[in-house]
Design a binder for this molecule. Sequence first.
Ligand SMILES: [Zn+2]
Ligand SMILES: [Zn+2]
Length: 311
Amino acid sequence: MRAVFFRDGEVEVREIEEPAGEGVRVRVRSTGICGSDLHMLEMKSPLGCVVGHEVAGVLDDGTPVVVEPSMPCGECPSCRSGDYNLCPAGAGQSLGVGRDGGMADVVRVPPGCLVHLPSNLNVRDACLVEPMAVVVHGLQRAGLEGGQRVAVIGGGAIGLCAVAAARASSATVGLSARYDHQAALGRSLGAGGIEGLYDLVVDCAGTEKAVITAVKLCRPRGKLLVLGTHWSGLPLPQVLVMMKEITVVSSFMYASNGAVRDFDVAAMLLSRQPALARGLITHRFPLAQAQQAFAVARDRKAGAIKVVLEP
Ligand SMILES: [Zn+2]
Ligand SMILES: [Zn+2]
């Protein structure tokens, strides 16, 4: 089968043996390119495994599924309480990070990673469930309530998912996006411009400028939810944070809330708003054209929001 690897900052499609042994065989139908994939590529990380953690596909009997890529141990206190994103063993073992991911014809995963799709969510769009689950978990961590005013900083896939999820909770949402095509999609999802102060500001850009803007937009005793990844530390204007008594909320991946997984909520949100997947997935490439796909994903000015590989 074919699979995508990174080597010295280059994207390579290689022919490898199909994975055998334990786990369930998933024939991949869509894998999203994530900002963290681009980061690993640019850092020339020595990633020994197949890339890809935003993965949807079909089982051998035709059942469409999305794959939850975390590999928690299932036994530590965090796992037992349902907060398996905090499992010390899990994060480094994730699909596409510590073990072979989904930019391949086939991926083999433990049965616990499989999440069934609502009937009206197309498997070709279902790779979006993973980034949406990041948003669902973050908004839940921030205690979002209906009727609140929410500002989203950053118009990439995470920012636009945050707009959609906050609107679905009947929040009033303002979006600050760098590019026109992002702002246009935000408007179609119900976001207005930025005006006044907000109960909750969500950093989905991961830049210093975004954090400073976010703190300015927070109302006194408001919350700042950091969904962007600040690889070299969070550049927080602490005096302003202190003077407004802002609560800074962190969030990592996704987990479950009782019996309901963040992935289930994310799949439901996407199934209810077909316009979201239509707008977010701007490019689709066959697996063989992975190099071109990554080149498009890197070039935000070219109009890419989510670039998807389809084996
Ligand atoms: Zn991702
Ligand atoms: Zn654990």
